[in-house]
Design a protein around this ligand. Sequence first.
Ligand code: PMP
Length: 461
Amino acid sequence: MTMITNHMPTAELQAIDAAHHMHPFTTNDELAEQGARVITRAKGVFLTDSEGNEILDGMAGLWCVNIGYGRTEMAEVAARQMAELPYYNTFFKTTHVPAIALSQEIARLAPEGMNNVFFAGSGSEANDTNIRMVRTYWAEKGKPSKSHIISRKNAYHGSSMGSGSLGGMDYMHAQGGMPIPGIHHIGQPDWWAEGGDMTPEEFGLARARELEAKIEELGEDNVAAFIAEPVQGAGGVIIPPETYWPEIQRICDKYEILLIADEVICGFGRTGNWFGSQTFGIRPHIMTIAKGLSSGYQPIGGSVVCDEVASVIGATEFNHGYTYSGHPVASAVALKNLQILQDENILDHVRNTAGPAFRAGLEGLADHPLVGGASVIGLMGSLPLTPHKESRAKFAGEAGAIGLMCRERCFANNLVMRHVGDRMVVSPPLVITPDEINIFMDRARKALDETWQKADKEGLL
Ligand code: PMP
């Protein structure tokens, strides 16, 4: 075996990567031509690449490194747990201390009455669990016809067959036979892109009422659940109008539809509370968790389940589970992460220090000629790019071309921002300081200026 290290020349690492590593959500042939950026280490909110660049990670990895990089105490917990019990399963009437302790702590932090956790290795797996759990719940209640699940267009719930079907990404459905049967998608509450002449409040109500119309179309006795992210993340940080969630809650209550809040991004402080459900006053039956549960230091996810659903599921054998459900090392690391979030008052920091500074910074960027406005909640936000702010117009050329250009200018200026179409999205580590937010905004403005100049030169504005 040849030894591959951080000290090898970038080109050599890129060549081996191109020869053997198939990247997710990537045209691999194109990447092989360009060479992947090699990240070698990270500390706090900064990544270092193999060329020695220090890059401010405005996305916390994939919305997950809530406590920031380089926490050696997390490594110590992992090492200790690996030495003591690296693995054991939780099937066949066994358990272990890390899973016991983590489930108790999640239940303590979760909204009242949500005292039960089914562990998974990721958000995708957890959402697959949810599909089977809500259908099993209704079957056990003597209503097996209640099996259809309603989700939303442009939602993201994962990449497996089940979770990808719950998601509403057409370009994903186009490959591999998704969606699976029994999943339906209604419109999303994206006022910026789809609200037309309605006020945000009118639009929020109209989109929520699509749920009622869909339930009536399918028949109340055929619908098991509605699933949604409190704030759509991968869809473009879409913060729904204030009228949206109360109306969704009313409809779920009226028709006895289980409500699944996908908290994979919103959970563990991202919106300033433990869960986005608390920020929006949502009362879910199940919450999907992953990402910020361990701050990405270990792969772990799960379903936080209310007492009523858990009591019905608990009365039967639920024939479902993963080898790594409640993995001891991942659980111990996640528990340490939850302790750090509390010991360092990181949610207070989001609410009172970083969140307001981040909002002010992004709103400050909204005066840029390319930026249509700023949507922010806690430490997630989006900047829709537009050639004309008042009409919220789209660019004349290919959708997403300017967004991609802006992402590349961000990278060139040592800042990670992601683009979803022509919308820039951001979600930095929750520990980001006001000084680091200033660095973020300076680099973002420079990237926006360069994007504007380049787009103008290429006649794309
Ligand atoms: N749900 C949401 C809301 C997500 O944002 C994601 C990942 N971006 C997932 C589920 C899937 O999680 P994973 O990638 O861990 O499978």
